[in-house]
Write a protein that binds this ligand. Structure first.
Ligand SMILES: [Zn+2]
Length: 344
């Protein structure tokens, strides 16, 4: 089959790789219907050291079950399923606590001999716990929104949930990428009425307004902090959803959070330390968030997508065929595309 491999910064190729087969009785093989490029794929795309061998890449996909191992129950050939960006048994103590990203028997796609999502098919370990059946056909118009269940939308949602967003909280979302826009949609879904979106790409912040943002702040750094403070009577907002992952975004988050407020972060951190000293202590600031256990949110979010209440799939503004995935990476890295959908 064909699949995407990364060889180094700026070097992504689609090549022939072995067809996936059932290796463990808990495996399934899924033919991919839709996949996509994640903002976090752009970190290795920007910096990975060049190597002779390529590594598989991609962790967001939905598809059709082709085959199941003998211990996989509740799934059958032909089912349309979505896979979260971490596979898990969904039965261990961490999974039962809703933290499938810490599953005792789980792992990541495209690591240690497991397939990546940006290919024609995927061997899915722990298939019964990992995959969620979707009550739609292979040609459903809802596939783009349903695909966001694998990562980007639950990641934005996790940010809003961990930051305690509700109808009484004011919210600032930092970042107008697909996760930031998902965080806006999530904050709105959780009842927030005042949502300030910090971002400087007008086409993206326009979509953010449609998703529920009430104010847009294009300024960055100190200027951006001041602008948010002006909008909130000098105080900042109760919740801040940091959806970038850079140190400057974290500094902005502490600058715009209200005393007693909560900063949730879901942007994969490109820094080692958070500067959280006596200033934040005296202001009673909480820092939370982390890698999103997407699997924990899928059943909760699915109905709103099926009935069209929310359409997070609108973050896809660019579609490429699997063979053109390198073009998709280039477009996203150059900020010409917000998020790239991949079709077989
Ligand atoms: Zn588990």
């Amino acid at each position: 089959m064909r699949a995407t491999l990364i060889y180094g910064a700026g070097d992504v190729r689609v090549e022939n790789v072995p067809d996936p087969v059932i290796e463990q009785p808990t495996d399934a093989v899924v033919r991919v219907l839709r996949a996509c490029v994640c903002g976090s794929d752009l970190w290795p795309y920007g910096s990975r050291a060049a190597t002779q061998h390529g590594d598989r890449i991609g962790h967001e996909f939905l598809g059709v079950v082709e085959e199941t191992g003998s211990e996989v129950h509740g799934l059958k050939r032909g089912d349309v399923v979505v896979a979260p960006f971490v596979w898990s048994d969904n039965t261990c103590d961490f999974c039962l606590e809703g933290l499938q990203t810490s599953c005792r028997h789980g792992g990541m796609w495209a690591r240690n001999g497991v397939d990546g999502g940006q290919g024609e098919a995927v061997r899915v370990p722990q298939a019964q716990g990992t995959l969620v059946r979707l009550p739609v056909g292979e040609d459903s118009a809802l596939l783009p929104s349903l695909l966001t269940l694998s990562d980007v939308f639950p990641t934005g949602y996790h940010c809003a949930v961990t930051a305690g967003v509700n109808a009484r909280t004011t919210v600032t979302v930092i970042g107008d990428g697909a996760v930031g826009l998902s965080a806006v949609l999530s904050a709105r879904r959780l009842g927030a009425e005042r949502i300030i979106l910090m971002g400087r790409h007008k086409d993206r912040t326009d979509l953010g307004r449609e998703f529920g943002a009430t104010d847009v702040v294009a300024e960055r750094g100190e200027e951006g902090v001041e602008r948010v403070r002006e909008l909130t009577g000098g105080d900042g907002t109760h919740a801040v959803l940091e959806c970038v992952g850079l140190e400057q975004a974290m500094d902005t988050a502490f600058g715009v959070v209200r005393d007693g407020g909560v900063v949730g972060r879901v942007g994969a951190p490109q820094y080692e330390k958070v500067s959280m000293g006596s200033r934040e202590f005296m202001r009673n600031i909480t820092l939370t968030g982390g890698v999103a256990p997407a699997r924990a949110y899928i059943e909760e979010l699915l109905p709103d997508m099926l009935d069209g209440t929310i359409e997070p799939g609108r973050v896809f503004d660019h579609t490429v065929h699997l063979e053109k995935v390198p073009d998709g990476y280039r477009a996203m890295a150059a900020r010409q595309a917000l998020k790239v959908l991949i079709t077989p």
